[in-house]
Design a protein around this ligand. Structure first.
Ligand code: ADP
Ligand code: MG
Length: 324
């Protein structure tokens, strides 16, 4: 049985097609990455799957339970850490987790024990009795994560758990998520706008753009599917870009060319051999070439190939607090 399954899942807000008919089939115990830039429909998808928002159309099951007919049962099986968690700054971490435990019927010594265990899982023992207002951004995310785990859910939804965090705090969250998956077999549905995060964490991945899934598979499969090297040639004059793409496309063995961010992105099987021919052809056409780079396909190339544009990362306003 799939941990999460959806067919034609759709949410329209008037004319905005936030989520436009997505299918999902996520195996239990895997970390599923849902990669997309701001506004692509990630949070709306999570809100539907976690029963917080009613779909316009389509069906979905979480842990075999229908998100509409069995909404209450779904909620008991899942943990959710949403993007905009409303943490109360004057509360201590322990007060927050204790309250959360009570909401799930874990009071008294069982509750106290679970809360202590959770502080251990996210390495916050030393900060447990401090006001949340004194936590760094990374510590707050770890507390969010702990709060989502109180009732030992089998399926965890994390909405951009590392957005706005510094690299060290980000690595910390990756470590906890990996451990939850490996040691406890928890299924994780994780949204992100970071290519590296998707690449590092996700067993399986879907790329969402404008409410539609435009690519899916493991990160390695997706990259392999491109099937060529990627030669990126910066073109000095913006108005020469279109012509540069035509010239590059006519070079022997070149399969495709795309134009993005002032560069011609050339897909060709043997990049190292082709690069001299490409640069020469551009030179002969009188087109001035800037930096040239050869690379194996990355998820950025997968994204570019499918959408025609690079994934734009939008960091939030400077977050309070520093490192974890
Ligand atoms: N409650 C809402 N009312 C109207 N439009 C919304 C609402 N929630 C989200 N949207 C729109 O739906 C699209 C997808 O949003 P969202 O799911 O939040 O994307 P993401 O989480 O990937 O940034 C965006 O265009 C957003 O403005
Ligand atoms: Mg979002």
């Amino acid at each position: 049985m799939s941990a999460i399954w959806a067919e034609g899942l759709t949410k329209h807000f008037d004319e905005v097609r936030a989520v436009d008919g997505i299918d999902l089939d996520i195996a239990p115990g895997t970390i599923f990455g849902f990669l997309g830039q701001n506004g692509s429909g990630k949070t709306t998808t999570i809100r539907m799957l976690t029963t917080l928002l009613r779909p316009t159309a389509g069906r979905a099951r979480v842990d075999g339970l229908d998100i509409l007919a069995d909404a209450r049962a779904v909620r008991r099986q899942i943990g959710v850490a949403l993007q905009e968690a409303g943490l109360d700054d004057v509360q201590t971490g322990r007060e927050l987790l204790t309250l959360q435990a009570r909401l799930f019927g874990l009071g008294g010594s069982a509750g106290r024990q679970r809360v202590q265990e959770l502080f251990g899982i996210v390495d916050l023992e030393d900060a447990a009795d401090r006001a949340i207002g004194t936590y760094s951004g990374g510590m707050k995310r770890r507390l969010d994560l702990a709060a989502a785990l109180v009732h030992r859910p089998g399926i965890l939804f994390l909405d951009e758990p590392t957005t706005g965090l510094d690299p060290v705090s980000r690595e910390g969250i990756w470590r906890y998520v990996t451990r939850l998956s490996e040691e406890d077999g928890i299924t994780v549905f994780l949204t992100t706008q970071y290519l590296e995060e998707a690449d590092r964490l996700a067993h399986d991945l879907a790329i969402i753009d404008e409410g539609r899934i435009i690519a899916r598979g493991s990160p390695a499969e997706m990259k392999a599917r491109i099937g060529t090297d990627v030669v990126t040639v910066q073109i000095e004059a913006p108005d020469a870009l279109g012509r540069a793409a035509e010239v590059a496309a006519a070079v022997e063995a070149v399969e495709r060319v795309q134009v993005a961010d002032g560069a011609a992105v050339v897909y060709v099987p043997d990049g190292a051999r082709a690069v001299a021919r490409i640069v020469l052809a551009l030179d002969e056409a009188g087109i001035e070439v800037g930096d040239v780079a050869i690379s194996r396909p990355s998820l950025d190339d997968v994204f570019l190939e499918a959408t025609g544009h690079h994934l734009q990362v939008e960091e939030p306003q400077p977050a309070e607090g520093g490192a974890a």
